[in-house]
Design a protein around this ligand. Structure first.
Ligand SMILES: CC(C)(COP(=O)(O)OP(=O)(O)OC[C@H]1O[C@@H](n2cnc3c(N)ncnc32)[C@H](O)[C@@H]1OP(=O)(O)O)[C@@H](O)C(=O)NCCC(=O)NCCS
Length: 349
Protein backbone atom coordinates (compact mmCIF):
# COMPACT_ATOMS: atom_id res chain seq x y z
CA UNK A 1 0.00 0.00 0.00
CA UNK A 2 1.46 3.36 -1.02
CA UNK A 3 -0.58 5.13 1.65
CA UNK A 4 -1.21 4.79 5.35
CA UNK A 5 -4.40 5.11 7.36
CA UNK A 6 -4.68 6.85 10.70
CA UNK A 7 -7.21 8.42 13.05
CA UNK A 8 -7.91 12.09 12.48
CA UNK A 9 -8.90 14.01 15.61
CA UNK A 10 -9.21 17.64 14.47
CA UNK A 11 -8.86 19.08 18.00
CA UNK A 12 -5.48 17.35 18.39
CA UNK A 13 -4.13 17.74 14.86
CA UNK A 14 -1.11 20.00 14.25
CA UNK A 15 -1.15 22.78 11.68
CA UNK A 16 0.65 20.73 9.02
CA UNK A 17 -1.90 17.92 9.18
CA UNK A 18 -4.82 20.35 9.24
CA UNK A 19 -3.46 22.10 6.15
CA UNK A 20 -3.06 18.77 4.35
CA UNK A 21 -6.61 17.85 5.38
CA UNK A 22 -8.06 21.16 4.14
CA UNK A 23 -6.20 20.76 0.81
CA UNK A 24 -7.91 17.38 0.43
CA UNK A 25 -11.36 18.62 1.49
CA UNK A 26 -11.13 21.64 -0.80
CA UNK A 27 -10.16 19.52 -3.82
CA UNK A 28 -13.24 17.36 -3.24
CA UNK A 29 -15.38 20.44 -2.68
CA UNK A 30 -14.22 21.95 -5.99
CA UNK A 31 -15.03 18.71 -7.78
CA UNK A 32 -18.54 18.73 -6.28
CA UNK A 33 -19.34 22.46 -6.37
CA UNK A 34 -16.97 23.88 -9.03
CA UNK A 35 -18.37 27.42 -9.02
CA UNK A 36 -18.89 27.87 -5.27
CA UNK A 37 -16.46 29.75 -3.01
CA UNK A 38 -14.54 27.44 -0.66
CA UNK A 39 -15.58 27.09 2.98
CA UNK A 40 -13.15 29.39 4.87
CA UNK A 41 -10.69 27.25 6.83
CA UNK A 42 -11.43 28.83 10.20
CA UNK A 43 -15.12 28.03 9.78
CA UNK A 44 -14.27 24.56 8.52
CA UNK A 45 -12.18 23.90 11.62
CA UNK A 46 -15.02 25.03 13.90
CA UNK A 47 -17.41 22.70 12.07
CA UNK A 48 -14.96 19.83 12.57
CA UNK A 49 -14.67 20.38 16.30
CA UNK A 50 -18.29 20.66 17.46
CA UNK A 51 -19.88 17.49 18.77
CA UNK A 52 -23.35 16.23 19.60
CA UNK A 53 -24.44 14.20 22.61
CA UNK A 54 -25.44 10.67 21.59
CA UNK A 55 -23.15 10.34 18.59
CA UNK A 56 -19.65 8.92 18.28
CA UNK A 57 -17.78 10.16 15.24
CA UNK A 58 -14.68 8.42 13.93
CA UNK A 59 -12.57 10.11 11.28
CA UNK A 60 -9.77 8.32 9.52
CA UNK A 61 -7.52 9.58 6.75
CA UNK A 62 -5.46 8.01 3.98
CA UNK A 63 -2.12 9.76 3.43
CA UNK A 64 0.50 8.98 0.80
CA UNK A 65 3.81 7.77 2.24
CA UNK A 66 5.79 9.69 -0.37
CA UNK A 67 4.36 13.21 -0.36
CA UNK A 68 2.19 13.29 2.76
CA UNK A 69 -0.82 14.22 0.65
CA UNK A 70 -4.21 13.31 2.11
CA UNK A 71 -6.03 11.26 -0.52
CA UNK A 72 -8.96 9.68 1.31
CA UNK A 73 -11.27 10.11 4.27
CA UNK A 74 -13.62 7.98 6.33
CA UNK A 75 -16.33 9.64 8.43
CA UNK A 76 -18.21 7.13 10.55
CA UNK A 77 -21.12 8.03 12.82
CA UNK A 78 -22.48 5.67 15.42
CA UNK A 79 -25.40 6.33 17.77
CA UNK A 80 -24.74 5.90 21.48
CA UNK A 81 -27.13 5.31 24.38
CA UNK A 82 -27.50 9.02 25.14
CA UNK A 83 -29.02 9.58 21.69
CA UNK A 84 -32.74 10.35 21.97
CA UNK A 85 -33.42 7.99 19.06
CA UNK A 86 -31.07 5.23 20.21
CA UNK A 87 -33.79 2.59 20.52
CA UNK A 88 -35.09 3.20 16.97
CA UNK A 89 -31.79 3.80 15.18
CA UNK A 90 -29.05 1.99 17.07
CA UNK A 91 -28.75 -0.61 14.27
CA UNK A 92 -27.53 2.08 11.84
CA UNK A 93 -24.00 3.35 11.22
CA UNK A 94 -23.54 6.27 8.85
CA UNK A 95 -20.51 5.65 6.67
CA UNK A 96 -19.06 8.30 4.38
CA UNK A 97 -15.95 7.45 2.41
CA UNK A 98 -14.27 9.64 -0.14
CA UNK A 99 -11.06 9.74 -2.10
CA UNK A 100 -9.44 12.11 -4.54
CA UNK A 101 -10.43 11.44 -8.15
CA UNK A 102 -6.86 10.82 -9.30
CA UNK A 103 -6.53 8.01 -6.71
CA UNK A 104 -9.78 6.29 -7.71
CA UNK A 105 -7.93 3.22 -8.98
CA UNK A 106 -5.90 2.64 -5.84
CA UNK A 107 -8.42 0.90 -3.60
CA UNK A 108 -8.42 3.82 -1.17
CA UNK A 109 -12.19 3.56 -0.72
CA UNK A 110 -11.98 -0.19 -0.14
CA UNK A 111 -9.30 0.17 2.55
CA UNK A 112 -11.29 2.91 4.28
CA UNK A 113 -14.41 0.79 4.13
CA UNK A 114 -12.56 -2.15 5.73
CA UNK A 115 -11.56 0.16 8.56
CA UNK A 116 -15.19 1.26 8.93
CA UNK A 117 -16.41 -2.32 9.11
CA UNK A 118 -13.80 -3.21 11.73
CA UNK A 119 -15.00 -0.30 13.87
CA UNK A 120 -18.68 -1.16 13.36
CA UNK A 121 -18.03 -4.77 14.41
CA UNK A 122 -17.15 -3.49 17.89
CA UNK A 123 -20.85 -2.60 18.35
CA UNK A 124 -22.98 -5.73 18.39
CA UNK A 125 -26.18 -3.74 17.87
CA UNK A 126 -25.24 -2.34 14.43
CA UNK A 127 -26.58 -4.26 11.44
CA UNK A 128 -26.82 -1.63 8.71
CA UNK A 129 -24.59 0.90 6.96
CA UNK A 130 -26.19 3.98 5.36
CA UNK A 131 -24.53 6.57 3.18
CA UNK A 132 -25.29 9.51 0.89
CA UNK A 133 -23.21 11.39 -1.65
CA UNK A 134 -23.08 13.64 -4.68
CA UNK A 135 -20.26 12.02 -6.68
CA UNK A 136 -20.96 9.45 -9.36
CA UNK A 137 -17.79 7.48 -8.69
CA UNK A 138 -18.89 7.03 -5.05
CA UNK A 139 -22.36 5.84 -6.15
CA UNK A 140 -20.66 3.28 -8.41
CA UNK A 141 -18.51 2.08 -5.53
CA UNK A 142 -21.56 1.40 -3.31
CA UNK A 143 -23.54 -0.11 -6.17
CA UNK A 144 -20.58 -2.42 -6.87
CA UNK A 145 -20.89 -3.73 -3.31
CA UNK A 146 -24.59 -4.44 -3.84
CA UNK A 147 -25.87 -1.56 -1.70
CA UNK A 148 -29.52 -0.68 -2.26
CA UNK A 149 -30.49 2.78 -3.51
CA UNK A 150 -32.61 4.01 -0.60
CA UNK A 151 -33.34 7.59 -1.54
CA UNK A 152 -32.64 9.93 -4.42
CA UNK A 153 -32.79 13.68 -4.06
CA UNK A 154 -31.13 16.89 -5.00
CA UNK A 155 -29.62 20.05 -3.79
CA UNK A 156 -31.92 22.73 -5.16
CA UNK A 157 -31.14 26.41 -5.29
CA UNK A 158 -33.21 29.55 -5.68
CA UNK A 159 -31.15 32.49 -6.93
CA UNK A 160 -32.19 35.71 -5.24
CA UNK A 161 -32.25 37.51 -8.62
CA UNK A 162 -34.87 34.99 -9.82
CA UNK A 163 -37.29 35.48 -6.92
CA UNK A 164 -40.80 36.15 -8.19
CA UNK A 165 -41.79 38.83 -5.67
CA UNK A 166 -45.32 39.17 -7.09
CA UNK A 167 -46.07 35.50 -6.57
CA UNK A 168 -44.58 35.50 -3.07
CA UNK A 169 -46.58 38.63 -2.18
CA UNK A 170 -49.71 36.80 -3.32
CA UNK A 171 -48.82 33.79 -1.11
CA UNK A 172 -48.24 36.16 1.81
CA UNK A 173 -51.54 37.90 1.09
CA UNK A 174 -53.35 34.54 1.15
CA UNK A 175 -51.56 33.74 4.43
CA UNK A 176 -52.62 37.00 6.05
CA UNK A 177 -56.20 36.38 4.90
CA UNK A 178 -56.14 32.95 6.54
CA UNK A 179 -54.60 34.50 9.64
CA UNK A 180 -57.51 36.92 9.91
CA UNK A 181 -60.26 34.44 9.10
CA UNK A 182 -58.98 31.58 11.23
CA UNK A 183 -56.92 33.38 13.83
CA UNK A 184 -53.55 31.96 12.83
CA UNK A 185 -50.45 33.71 14.17
CA UNK A 186 -46.89 33.82 12.89
CA UNK A 187 -44.02 33.78 15.36
CA UNK A 188 -40.30 34.01 14.74
CA UNK A 189 -37.24 33.37 16.85
CA UNK A 190 -33.53 32.51 16.87
CA UNK A 191 -33.10 30.83 20.27
CA UNK A 192 -36.35 29.04 20.99
CA UNK A 193 -38.23 30.92 23.75
CA UNK A 194 -38.18 28.97 27.00
CA UNK A 195 -41.97 29.05 27.33
CA UNK A 196 -42.55 27.15 24.06
CA UNK A 197 -39.45 24.96 23.90
CA UNK A 198 -41.19 21.78 25.06
CA UNK A 199 -44.08 22.11 22.61
CA UNK A 200 -41.80 23.27 19.81
CA UNK A 201 -39.48 20.28 20.32
CA UNK A 202 -42.42 17.87 20.13
CA UNK A 203 -43.76 19.57 16.99
CA UNK A 204 -40.33 19.57 15.40
CA UNK A 205 -40.02 15.83 16.02
CA UNK A 206 -43.49 15.19 14.59
CA UNK A 207 -42.75 17.19 11.44
CA UNK A 208 -39.28 15.65 10.94
CA UNK A 209 -41.01 12.29 11.00
CA UNK A 210 -43.29 13.38 8.12
CA UNK A 211 -40.33 13.94 5.80
CA UNK A 212 -40.01 11.02 3.35
CA UNK A 213 -36.83 8.97 3.88
CA UNK A 214 -37.40 6.44 1.09
CA UNK A 215 -36.14 2.94 1.83
CA UNK A 216 -34.12 4.03 4.85
CA UNK A 217 -34.97 2.16 8.01
CA UNK A 218 -34.35 5.35 10.01
CA UNK A 219 -36.68 7.32 12.27
CA UNK A 220 -35.53 10.89 13.01
CA UNK A 221 -34.52 11.11 16.65
CA UNK A 222 -36.74 13.12 18.98
CA UNK A 223 -35.78 16.75 19.40
CA UNK A 224 -35.96 17.65 23.08
CA UNK A 225 -35.35 20.95 24.89
CA UNK A 226 -31.84 19.61 25.64
CA UNK A 227 -31.00 18.71 22.02
CA UNK A 228 -32.48 22.02 20.80
CA UNK A 229 -30.33 24.03 23.20
CA UNK A 230 -27.28 21.94 22.31
CA UNK A 231 -27.84 22.62 18.59
CA UNK A 232 -28.28 26.34 19.31
CA UNK A 233 -24.96 26.32 21.21
CA UNK A 234 -23.22 24.45 18.43
CA UNK A 235 -24.45 26.88 15.78
CA UNK A 236 -23.37 29.79 17.97
CA UNK A 237 -19.89 28.26 18.36
CA UNK A 238 -19.54 27.95 14.58
CA UNK A 239 -20.94 31.42 13.89
CA UNK A 240 -24.17 30.27 12.27
CA UNK A 241 -27.39 32.19 12.82
CA UNK A 242 -30.49 30.00 12.99
CA UNK A 243 -33.84 31.65 12.17
CA UNK A 244 -37.21 29.97 12.63
CA UNK A 245 -40.69 31.02 11.56
CA UNK A 246 -43.69 29.09 12.87
CA UNK A 247 -47.48 29.24 12.62
CA UNK A 248 -49.72 28.96 15.64
CA UNK A 249 -53.41 28.03 15.39
CA UNK A 250 -56.36 29.59 17.20
CA UNK A 251 -56.29 26.69 19.70
CA UNK A 252 -52.67 27.60 20.52
CA UNK A 253 -51.09 24.65 18.72
CA UNK A 254 -47.94 25.16 16.62
CA UNK A 255 -48.98 23.89 13.18
CA UNK A 256 -46.02 24.54 10.88
CA UNK A 257 -42.47 25.82 10.71
CA UNK A 258 -39.62 26.75 8.44
CA UNK A 259 -35.99 27.46 9.35
CA UNK A 260 -32.79 28.77 7.79
CA UNK A 261 -29.10 28.94 8.62
CA UNK A 262 -26.77 31.78 7.71
CA UNK A 263 -23.09 32.35 8.35
CA UNK A 264 -21.32 35.67 7.81
CA UNK A 265 -18.31 33.58 6.72
CA UNK A 266 -20.33 32.28 3.74
CA UNK A 267 -22.42 35.35 2.92
CA UNK A 268 -23.26 34.19 -0.62
CA UNK A 269 -25.70 31.50 0.59
CA UNK A 270 -28.55 30.79 2.95
CA UNK A 271 -29.40 27.20 3.83
CA UNK A 272 -33.06 26.38 4.06
CA UNK A 273 -33.51 23.58 6.56
CA UNK A 274 -36.74 21.89 7.64
CA UNK A 275 -40.09 23.16 6.38
CA UNK A 276 -43.21 21.31 7.45
CA UNK A 277 -46.83 21.48 8.41
CA UNK A 278 -48.58 18.98 10.67
CA UNK A 279 -50.79 16.57 8.74
CA UNK A 280 -54.10 17.92 9.96
CA UNK A 281 -53.23 21.52 9.07
CA UNK A 282 -52.08 20.87 5.48
CA UNK A 283 -53.60 22.13 2.27
CA UNK A 284 -54.54 25.59 3.66
CA UNK A 285 -51.58 27.48 2.21
CA UNK A 286 -49.43 27.39 5.38
CA UNK A 287 -46.46 25.81 3.60
CA UNK A 288 -46.51 28.46 0.87
CA UNK A 289 -47.04 31.25 3.39
CA UNK A 290 -44.10 30.18 5.58
CA UNK A 291 -41.79 29.82 2.57
CA UNK A 292 -42.89 33.18 1.12
CA UNK A 293 -42.40 35.04 4.42
CA UNK A 294 -38.99 33.46 4.97
CA UNK A 295 -37.84 34.17 1.41
CA UNK A 296 -38.76 37.86 1.65
CA UNK A 297 -37.03 37.99 5.05
CA UNK A 298 -33.87 36.54 3.46
CA UNK A 299 -34.01 38.97 0.53
CA UNK A 300 -34.20 41.96 2.89
CA UNK A 301 -31.92 40.76 5.68
CA UNK A 302 -28.99 39.31 3.72
CA UNK A 303 -28.18 41.62 0.79
CA UNK A 304 -24.99 39.67 -0.01
CA UNK A 305 -26.82 36.34 -0.39
CA UNK A 306 -26.83 35.03 -3.95
CA UNK A 307 -28.95 31.93 -3.44
CA UNK A 308 -30.98 29.82 -1.02
CA UNK A 309 -29.97 26.15 -0.98
CA UNK A 310 -32.15 23.26 0.12
CA UNK A 311 -32.11 19.48 -0.12
CA UNK A 312 -35.20 17.58 -1.18
CA UNK A 313 -36.06 13.96 -1.87
CA UNK A 314 -37.35 13.44 -5.41
CA UNK A 315 -40.35 11.61 -3.94
CA UNK A 316 -41.45 14.68 -1.91
CA UNK A 317 -44.11 15.91 -4.35
CA UNK A 318 -45.77 18.63 -2.20
CA UNK A 319 -42.45 20.26 -1.26
CA UNK A 320 -41.13 20.06 -4.81
CA UNK A 321 -44.38 21.53 -6.13
CA UNK A 322 -43.90 24.58 -3.88
CA UNK A 323 -40.15 24.89 -4.50
CA UNK A 324 -40.42 24.61 -8.30
CA UNK A 325 -43.04 27.35 -8.40
CA UNK A 326 -40.71 29.51 -6.32
CA UNK A 327 -37.95 29.01 -8.90
CA UNK A 328 -35.73 26.51 -7.09
CA UNK A 329 -33.56 24.65 -9.63
CA UNK A 330 -31.79 21.32 -9.26
CA UNK A 331 -28.01 21.86 -9.09
CA UNK A 332 -26.80 18.44 -7.94
CA UNK A 333 -28.24 14.97 -7.60
CA UNK A 334 -27.71 13.19 -4.30
CA UNK A 335 -28.02 9.41 -3.95
CA UNK A 336 -28.31 7.53 -0.68
CA UNK A 337 -27.62 3.84 -0.19
CA UNK A 338 -28.18 1.24 2.48
CA UNK A 339 -26.45 -2.11 2.93
CA UNK A 340 -26.62 -4.79 5.62
CA UNK A 341 -23.43 -5.33 7.59
CA UNK A 342 -23.32 -9.10 6.90
CA UNK A 343 -23.52 -8.42 3.14
CA UNK A 344 -20.74 -5.88 3.46
CA UNK A 345 -18.58 -8.31 5.43
CA UNK A 346 -19.17 -10.96 2.77
CA UNK A 347 -18.20 -8.56 -0.03
CA UNK A 348 -14.98 -7.61 1.76
CA UNK A 349 -13.84 -11.18 2.42
C1 LIG B 1 -44.54 20.36 2.02
C2 LIG B 1 -45.53 20.79 3.11
C3 LIG B 1 -44.79 21.70 4.06
C4 LIG B 1 -46.67 21.56 2.47
O1 LIG B 1 -47.50 22.07 3.51
P1 LIG B 1 -48.99 22.63 3.22
O2 LIG B 1 -49.35 23.53 4.31
O3 LIG B 1 -49.89 21.53 2.89
O4 LIG B 1 -48.67 23.51 1.93
P2 LIG B 1 -49.64 24.44 1.09
O5 LIG B 1 -51.07 24.18 1.43
O6 LIG B 1 -49.17 25.84 1.23
O7 LIG B 1 -49.28 24.02 -0.39
C5 LIG B 1 -49.15 22.71 -0.79
C6 LIG B 1 -49.14 22.70 -2.28
O8 LIG B 1 -48.60 21.45 -2.73
C7 LIG B 1 -49.49 20.91 -3.68
N1 LIG B 1 -49.42 19.46 -3.54
C8 LIG B 1 -49.81 18.72 -2.49
N2 LIG B 1 -49.59 17.41 -2.76
C9 LIG B 1 -49.06 17.36 -3.98
C10 LIG B 1 -48.62 16.30 -4.82
N3 LIG B 1 -48.69 15.03 -4.40
N4 LIG B 1 -48.09 16.61 -6.03
C11 LIG B 1 -48.00 17.90 -6.45
N5 LIG B 1 -48.41 18.94 -5.69
C12 LIG B 1 -48.94 18.67 -4.48
C13 LIG B 1 -50.85 21.43 -3.31
O9 LIG B 1 -51.72 21.41 -4.42
C14 LIG B 1 -50.55 22.83 -2.84
O10 LIG B 1 -50.49 23.76 -3.88
P3 LIG B 1 -51.78 24.72 -4.23
O11 LIG B 1 -52.26 25.30 -2.94
O12 LIG B 1 -51.23 25.76 -5.14
O13 LIG B 1 -52.79 23.82 -4.86
C15 LIG B 1 -46.12 19.55 3.83
O14 LIG B 1 -46.58 18.64 2.87
C16 LIG B 1 -45.17 18.84 4.78
O15 LIG B 1 -45.05 19.21 5.94
N6 LIG B 1 -44.48 17.76 4.35
C17 LIG B 1 -43.67 16.97 5.27
C18 LIG B 1 -42.41 17.65 5.67
C19 LIG B 1 -41.44 17.68 4.52
O16 LIG B 1 -41.27 16.69 3.82
N7 LIG B 1 -40.79 18.82 4.33
C20 LIG B 1 -39.82 18.98 3.28
C21 LIG B 1 -38.46 18.53 3.66
S1 LIG B 1 -37.61 19.88 4.40
Amino acid sequence: MSFELFDFIPKEADEKLLDAYFDFAETLFKETFPTDPLVPRDLHLKLLTVSKTGETVIRRLAQTRSSGEIIGRLYLKIFTEENTGFKENKHIAEVYISSLKEYSDEDVLLHLLKEAVEEIQKYDYITTADTCGYLEREWKFWEGLGAKLALEGAQNRLFIKDIDCNMLEEWRHQGHKLAEEENVDLCSFEDCPEEIIQEYSTTYTEIMRLVPFGEFDYIPEPTTPFTRRESEDNFRKTGYEWFTLATREKNGEISGLTEILYSKSRPHRVDQELTGVKDKYRGRGLGKWLKAEMTMFIKNKFPEAEFIATGNADMNAPMISINERMGFKRVLTEKCYTIKLDKLEHELL
